[in-house]
Design a protein around this ligand. Structure first.
Ligand code: NI
Length: 226
């Protein structure tokens, strides 16, 4: 399931992030790549322990924790501290799958990457190219979102980033370990959640609202690791 999460940041906040990030010290993006992906990865990143990366990363995680669509779609158990990348002057990232396990640098914390996320920080009109191409079960999807919006997709997907031929594309990217590791189960729970909320809004006293909420929680109980 691909999910477009709107307005994780407002356009003004995204612009603030961009201004701060543009002036930071960037390093070769291959610092976090595995052997295979390092051969096709051409971009820049902020070091994981860069103070600005850590500050913005904390803010993003706080936003996500209050974002109902993100919480319902991802059912997060752990969120990897968001990282930041920059593509410009022809930078691209060839087809790859993200590493299954990620360790947070300098800590004993590890997570299984069930979901990958890209939070766009540059307005699409400010750069050419740079689409995130995801091979989904329903075909190939091309993703280029307004600044402040995020795409959430199964980390099992093959994906790549097209060359940026004008301007600079700055984004945040990270991974989520979900309480429900299977994408199909997570999608089913999300559909049920949306239907329950609609029913609760339109017919709050309908007895099925309580019954279906019970089904939702019992499925979580059956499928969730916590
Ligand atoms: Ni990737």
């Amino acid at each position: 399931m691909l999910m477009h999460i709107q307005a994780v940041l407002t356009p003004e906040e995204a612009a603030q992030y961009r201004r701060a990030l543009v002036a930071a010290d960037w390093v070769d993006g291959r610092v976090t790549a595995g052997y295979q992906s390092s051969r096709t990865k051409h971009n820049l990143q902020l070091a994981e322990d860069h103070p600005l990366a850590m500050e913005l990363s904390d803010q993003i995680v706080q936003r996500l924790e209050r974002h109902p669509l993100f919480m319902g779609a991802a059912l997060p158990l752990k969120v990897f501290p968001p990282l930041f990348n920059r593509y410009e002057g022809g930078h691209s990232f060839g087809t790859h799958v993200d590493n299954a396990i990620r360790q947070v640098k300098g800590t004993p914390h590890r997570l299984r990457t069930d979901l990958s996320a890209t939070l766009f920080l540059t307005e699409p009109s400010d750069y050419e190219g740079g689409e995130l191409i995801i091979e989904d079960t329903y075909g190939t999807q091309s993703v280029k979102l307004p600044a402040g919006d995020m795409i959430l997709y199964p980390a099992t997907s093959l994906h790549h980033v097209l060359p940026v031929t004008r301007g600079a594309r700055i984004s945040s990217f990270f991974w989520i370990q979900s309480m429900v590791r299977d994408d199909a189960r997570r999608a089913l729970l999300f559909d049920l959640d949306v239907a329950i909320q609609r029913l609760a809004g339109e017919a709050p006293d309908h007895p099925s609202a309580v019954q279906l909420t019970g089904v939702y929680h019992n499925l979580i109980r059956m499928w969730a690791d916590v």
